[in-house]
Design a protein around this ligand. Sequence first.
Ligand SMILES: NC(=O)C1=CN([C@@H]2O[C@H](COP(=O)(O)OP(=O)(O)OC[C@H]3O[C@@H](n4cnc5c(N)ncnc54)[C@H](O)[C@@H]3O)[C@@H](O)[C@H]2O)C=CC1
Ligand SMILES: O=C(O)C(=O)CO
Length: 325
Amino acid sequence: MKKHVVLYKKLSAPLMARLHEAAQVTLIETLDPTGLAQLRDALPGAHGLLGASLRLDATLLDMAPQLEAVASVSVGVDNYDIDYLTQRGILLSNTPDVLTETTADTGFALILATARRVVELANMVRAGNWNQNIGPLHFGSDVHGKTLGIIGMGRIGEALAQRGHFGFGMPVIYHSHSPKPAVEQRFGAQYRSLPDLLQQADFVCLTLPLTAQTQGLIGAKEFALMGPETIFINISRGKVVDEAALVEALQQRTIRAAGLDVFEREPLNHDSPLLRLNNVVATPHIGSATHETREAMAKCAVDNLLAALAGERPINLVNTGAWKR
Ligand SMILES: NC(=O)C1=CN([C@@H]2O[C@H](COP(=O)(O)OP(=O)(O)OC[C@H]3O[C@@H](n4cnc5c(N)ncnc54)[C@H](O)[C@@H]3O)[C@@H](O)[C@H]2O)C=CC1
Ligand SMILES: O=C(O)C(=O)CO
């Protein structure tokens, strides 16, 4: 008998066809209240789950006693109770690598947009307020040659370093769990303690995962170490930052600007003070959001899920402790 897979993300026709061939499929189209009720109804019979952007905690997982595998369509796995999944022997997989370059492109888009004030000034033109040649009031700051600071030198951090070093001639400094000699050799990057990086970087970029150790890593104390010309970029997770402290630093202009793809709460509240600051460029969590990359992520997740349900070890197994065969 075919295993039962519950999708809470719609996939392309070829991927849906692959899943239908291998499994009995229930598709939850959107995670609105109706969709969530459908999900709860489907969980008791589910052997596999595939989706993203849903907090899968013990309460939901307890509704799925037959569950064998969860395939996340994301590299970040902060939405999952990994210890509980492992305890239950449920295999969790993610989609690293295929989104690395695209997410680094997003990071660089935010670097350029904040430094050159692209959104603010484009809005000025659109509003019909470009009435004379611009002067210093509208100038931005250079990106090339400035110091790029990367916190979390993993896959995406390295792809950002590559762009900064080769594309923009930027000296790269980084903070991570430990120094990475290969990265230092390739990009001339230099390791720094977190306080040193915050003091020395012109662009402070977050590319680390949200974990118990990184939650609230950047708060008032850390913003105080940055200078008035520092530009802060977050393409990791909103909860790594104390958002109230960020707002304060931006309002008081103790830092210059922020480029933010992720927020403490998503979607961002329409009345967030961040949206009233013209030194903020806010994007709706678009790090990996291109047609090509989202399809590659979905394929990767389907590969992982079908392997797990066939009794094979998924390539991108996250909780290796759950693999008992
Ligand atoms: N904005 C978006 O749409 C996207 C956001 N992301 C986020 O980016 C994160 C990173 O992705 P990858 O580069 O693929 O992961 P990765 O695992 O390759 O890199 C993360 C790096 O952070 C370092 N790190 C972790 N905890 C640390 C700590 N406490 N102190 C210092 N360094 C620490 C690790 O050593 C590693 O080098 C994901 O977990 C996800 O949250 C990923 C893709 C898209
Ligand atoms: O993959 C992730 O972790 C994302 O945030 C979206 O691509």
